[in-house]
Write a protein that binds this ligand. Structure first.
Ligand SMILES: Cc1cc2nc3c(=O)[nH]c(=O)nc-3n(C[C@H](O)[C@H](O)[C@H](O)COP(=O)(O)O)c2cc1C
Length: 193
């Protein structure tokens, strides 16, 4: 593989893994797009909770099992993830298959190791998207930990490919690559932006 291409792929891999623990990293937040039950696209921001690009290519975020995307992913387990580092001018789009973990060992492990401030949104008796008479105010005492935990869902995205766009003054660079089942790069190439 071309040395500069390898360097770009390695930079993306290092940065995405750093993003899971570094709130200053722009890749801590990303958009997830999927297809709704009406067959239309829908996107929203989520927080990067885990990233593994050594033994497998996998991105993890959390969601509420009552949110629209939970049922949508059950019906159509495919997603496009989009990250943008505005400091470097680097966009990374990932094509993924989605698996949901709710009230199982995986969900329990993440629940236990996640700080309360990141879990308090699950202590909400209202269903996400429900119509309210007044603006929402979180009252976490309304639900017990067991009740909140029921809604907590770990979403694991198995990454199949990357599409990278690096903005440069001399003409933007674009590259693509696929992953094998061990999370290794395969079929990497420069492509036209
Ligand atoms: C900065 C930011 C971070 C967010 N993080 C998450 C998240 O990690 N998980 C999540 O389900 N929703 C998160 N949300 C809310 C979603 O963007 C979305 O509004 C919500 O999940 C409902 O989506 P849905 O109705 O399409 O399922 C976040 C929103 C913002 C603005």
């Amino acid at each position: 593989m071309d040395a500069n291409l390898k360097k770009l792929l390695d930079t993306c891999r290092t940065s995405i893994v750093d993003g899971k623990q570094n709130p200053e990293n722009d890749w801590k937040l990303f958009t997830v797009s999927n297809i709704t039950k009406d067959g239309l696209p829908n996107s929203r921001y989520v927080v990067l909770r885990d990233a593994n690009f050594t033994e497998k290519a996998e991105i993890t975020f959390y969601t509420d099992s009552r949110s629209g995307k939970f049922e949508e992913f059950q019906k159509s387990p495919h997603a496009s993830l989009c990250f943008f580092d505005r400091h470097v001018g680097l966009q990374l789009v990932m094509n993924a298959s989605v698996s949901l973990y709710n009230q199982d060992k995986t969900a329990e492990d993440y629940w236990q190791k996640t700080p309360w401030r990141s879990l308090q949104c699950y202590y909400m008796k209202e269903k996400p998207g429900e119509t309210l008479k007044t603006p929402f105010v979180l009252n976490p005492n309304e639900l017990s930990e067991d009740q909140a935990y029921q809604f907590f869902t770990v979403v694991k995205c198995t990454i199949h490919s990357w599409d990278i766009l690096l903005l440069t003054k001399t003409g933007n660079e674009r590259a693509s690559c696929e992953f094998n089942s061990h999370g290794e790069f395969k079929k990497a190439a420069w492509i036209a932006p």
